[in-house]
Design a protein around this ligand. Structure first.
Ligand code: GDP
Length: 191
């Protein structure tokens, strides 16, 4: 079942959140190489192109999705652009973010350990009430898997996070990741 529709709905959709149109800042965190940029590219452009490494830098990419209740959610997606190497800068980057997506690579236990480090950082320094998702990416590489889905799920559950395994390469669960986040956003009261 494919609930949400993707599309460039109202790309510049006013400034304020109202009950039908939400706008949220989303940050991606995780080890370099786990596929953060590829996840964003897959979601925003519907492409997987490992050769075009986008460096988003100081800016962000945005994408709007429509939910079945006709709410639209505009994600302003901030990639770390390498800032994961400078832990001291991280709070500047995730400050004000309503959503944090922590990514690891299912073939890399080191990246799973790093994801847990980021979760602890966010628990200490993130916005209160931040929605956090744990993403095991590269799920297409089953034969090289070294982190079980069970381990990811249990860790996420213990930390009040939403968990999903994705593949930016095959597009598996990429839209679902953002749809599930959208469903969990607090709705402002209808006016
Ligand atoms: P980032 O440093 O976290 O932004 O990682 P990138 O998005 O640059 O991806 C790092 C490498 O992983 C690239 O060579 C991608 O082609 C590869 N990659 C990303 N996502 C996937 C995936 O879902 N499956 C596979 N097999 N490779 C992926």
């Amino acid at each position: 079942r494919n609930s949400g529709r993707l599309g460039g709905l109202n790309p510049e959709n006013g400034s304020a959140n109202d009950s039908k149109n939400l706008r949220v800042k989303l940050v991606l965190l995780g080890d370099s190489g786990v596929g953060k940029s590829c996840i964003v590219l897959r979601f925003v452009r519907g492409q997987f192109d490992p050769t075009s490494k986008v460096t988003i830098g100081a800016s962000f990419l945005s994408q709007t999705i429509a939910l079945q209740d006709s709410t639209t959610v505009k994600f302003e997606i901030w990639d770390t652009a390498g800032q994961e190497r400078y832990a001291a800068l991280a709070p500047l980057y995730y400050r004000g973010a309503a959503v944090a997506v922590v990514v690891y690579d299912i073939t890399s236990p080191e990246s799973f350990a790093k994801a847990q480090y980021w979760v602890k950082e966010l628990q200490k320094h993130g916005s209160p009430g931040m929605i956090m998702a744990l993403v095991g990416n590269k799920a297409d590489l089953q034969e090289k898997r070294e982190v079980s889905a069970q381990d990811g799920m249990e860790y996420a559950e213990k930390n009040g996070m939403f968990f999903i395994e994705t593949s930016a390469k095959t597009a598996d669960n990429i839209n679902q990741l953002f749809e599930e986040i959208a469903k969990r956003l607090p709705r402002p009261p209808a006016s």
